[in-house]
Design a protein around this ligand. Structure first.
Ligand code: ACO
Length: 343
């Protein structure tokens, strides 16, 4: 039976950089606190002329161009995001139009920071069955932050990562999507999220006056504890199901939440930090975009080689958490657009 194959990867990080020092001019924080607690030095922020659809389209086009694949051959365009273009229609419809995927069906999925791996697990059987898909994880989280809440405002960034997927038994070789697992615990849904704007807490004039109510809310220490325990556990479970051990894994690709979480997961899983990818110092936590951006960067840095096995783990709002194995048959073409506006 065929698997889903990643034929190419595209990444886009907006050119505007917000450094920790820039944040300290805006709120009571400093570079030392942020770096010590999170490992984050800077993050990218979408400009006023950018939206979730335009950022998604840039990553999508990067993946298409890398593979020299025509958008009108796509069957599906899927965007995973917690910061959509608008309530309705789906962000994916705007992306479909902008990249020219005339024949494709377009839909959004939302799953917090684990959403990209969950989306991949939902859509991979379609790719294995012969469909050609773009799965894009995108977040404009700097547009959803309460800039008066220093405990959340320093953590997040913007970007998008896109996988072009097709069947492993026809078309080019690339990275095979292996076994994966995901799980949720809705009893923890109030600990992390953006609660206002939906039907439970509609935006009213009163809500708009209180800035903190329509931005991200997070109980940081609780998130930290659950993130470490549940990412480590689900990573181990996926390895067990695939009858693999850690020595057979070349790279762990964790959700880029923050360096302390990544380090704690590294210790709990019991793998050397030299085999755990992190670029959180430069891009911060980009939510649904995080795994796609990380893999795009790994390909650009030529860290991925044929024959390698990658284990990805992610955790986020819901709570939802997921783990996914990737098997590198060939290194697929990729394009990571991350030019900066600073010298
Ligand atoms: N600058 C300076 N001081 C700050 C800042 C800041 N940016 N933010 C908080 N503080 C202060 C607090 O007010 C508190 O001060 P107090 O003791 O006078 O009350 C002090 O620092 C310590 O705050 P804590 O919350 O105890 O700090 P902690 O060591 O827990 O670190 C952090 C906070 C970094 C948020 C941590 O809890 C964490 O990493 N949580 C996970 C958060 C995360 O990554 N979420 C992303 C979404 S979920 C995901 O992707 C997995």
């Amino acid at each position: 039976m065929a698997d889903a194959m990643i034929w190419s990867i595209g990444g886009y990080a907006p050119p505007h950089i917000i450094t920790n020092d820039m944040l300290s001019e805006r709120m009571d924080t400093n570079d030392d606190w942020i770096q010590t607690r999170t490992g984050i030095r800077e993050r990218r922020s979408a400009g006023d002329d950018e939206t979730t659809a335009s950022v998604s389209s840039k990553a999508a086009q990067a993946a298409l161009d890398a593979a020299d694949f025509k958008a009108n051959n796509l069957d599906w365009v899927v965007v995973c995001t917690d910061t959509p273009e608008m309530w309705s229609p789906a962000t994916a419809c705007f992306v479909q139009e902008s990249i020219g995927a005339q024949r494709a069906s377009a839909i959004d999925l939302t799953g917090g920071c684990a959403g990209f791996l969950q989306t991949l697990q939902i859509m991979s059987p379609l790719a294995a069955a012969g469909k050609r898909l773009l799965v894009i994880g995108t977040e404009l989280l700097t547009h959803a932050l309460n800039w008066n809440d220093r405990s959340t405002a320093v953590l997040f960034g913007d970007g998008a990562g896109a996988f072009l997927l097709g069947p492993s038994d026809s078309g080019p070789k690339g990275i095979r999507v292996g076994p994966g697992l995901s799980q949720s615990d809705g009893s923890q849904s109030t600990i992390l999220g953006k609660p206002y704007g939906g039907t439970r807490h509609p935006i009213t004039a009163k809500v708009v006056e209180k800035e903190e109510t329509h931005t991200i809310h997070m109980e940081g220490p609780k998130v930290f504890k659950h993130a470490v325990a549940l990412m480590s556990d689900i990573g181990r479970r996926v390895l067990k199901e695939a009858a693999l051990n850690l020595e057979q894994i070349d790279w762990v690709v964790p959700h880029q939440a923050n360096q302390r979480i990544i380090d704690a997961v590294t210790r709990q899983i019991g793998i050397s930090s030299s085999r755990v990818f992190s670029h959180v110092a430069h891009f911060a936590n980009t939510g649904s975009a995080s795994i796609g951006l990380a893999m795009s960067d790994m390909l650009e840095q030529k860290l991925v080689k044929p024959g390698q096995r990658l284990l990805s783990v992610a955790f986020g709002a819901g709570f939802s958490w997921a783990s996914q194995l990737f098997f590198v048959d060939e290194v697929p073409p990729s394009q990571f657009i991350h030019s900066t506006l600073r010298a």
